[in-house]
Ligand binder design. Structure first.
Ligand code: AMP
Length: 191
């Protein structure tokens, strides 16, 4: 099963992905994690992405699609992939369709986690305090920009995937376990 977790920053995509990994042995493909690793390693991709990420802007489609394509070629993805934080633009969604077709893979579902902006701001501020600033983009100013970018660039993907009949919407404002249960129900698997 290959799925996309779609939702704004702070929606809890990472937490829910971790639970799906544990319960269903899937592999998480988080472009944010991969880009942060590239920045840390000082690779060419990392050098290009660093300032953009710190500002809360989107890294170019070309870079992100390249990173995803390489990752999909690793054999562990056969177990099923959870796309977390990707795609984030319509161009990325179209590229993902092409990549999956090229690699003989397909998309089973897109889970949209709906969370109101007010709640997200509270959650991100808490995360910023807890992680003690380990993520350079976890502060109120960049969060605001990331939310604006989400509504502008990523929210249109809801319509894109509605058209494919694969979109499942869950209430991400609920308590974490309830969200896990709702996602399992949407995917028709055990929680
Ligand atoms: P995330 O951990 O998913 O919140 O991503 C952190 C940052 O990495 C984002 O604010 C972007 O700067 C960058 N990033 C992650 N995924 C993507 C993507 N699919 N497209 C463009 N930029 C991305």
């Amino acid at each position: 099963m290959n799925i996309i977790l779609l939702g704004p920053p702070g929606a809890g995509k990472g937490t829910q992905a971790a639970r799906l990994i544990e319960s269903h042995g899937m592999v998480q493909l988080s472009t944010g994690d991969m880009l942060r690793a590239a920045v840390k390693a000082g690779s060419e991709v990392g050098l290009k992405a660093k300032a953009v990420m710190e500002a809360g802007d989107l890294v170019s489609d070309e870079i992100v699609i390249g990173v995803v394509s390489e990752r999909l070629d690793q054999p562990d993805t056969k177990a099923g992939v959870i796309f977390d934080g990707f795609p984030r633009t319509t161009a990325q969604a179209e590229a993902l369709d092409n990549l999956l077709a090229e690699k003989g893979m397909s998309l089973d579902a897109v889970v949209e986690m709906q969370v109101p902006d007010e709640l997200l701001i509270g959650r991100i501020e808490k995360r910023a305090a807890e992680t003690g600033g380990t993520r350079a983009d976890d502060n109120a100013e960049t969060l605001k920009k990331r939310l604006v970018n989400y509504h502008k660039d990523t929210a249109p993907l809801v319509e894109y995937y509605k058209g494919t009949g694969k979109l499942k919407t869950v209430d991400g404002a609920q308590e974490m376990d309830a969200v896990t249960t709702a996602i399992a129900a949407a995917l028709a698997v055990s929680a």
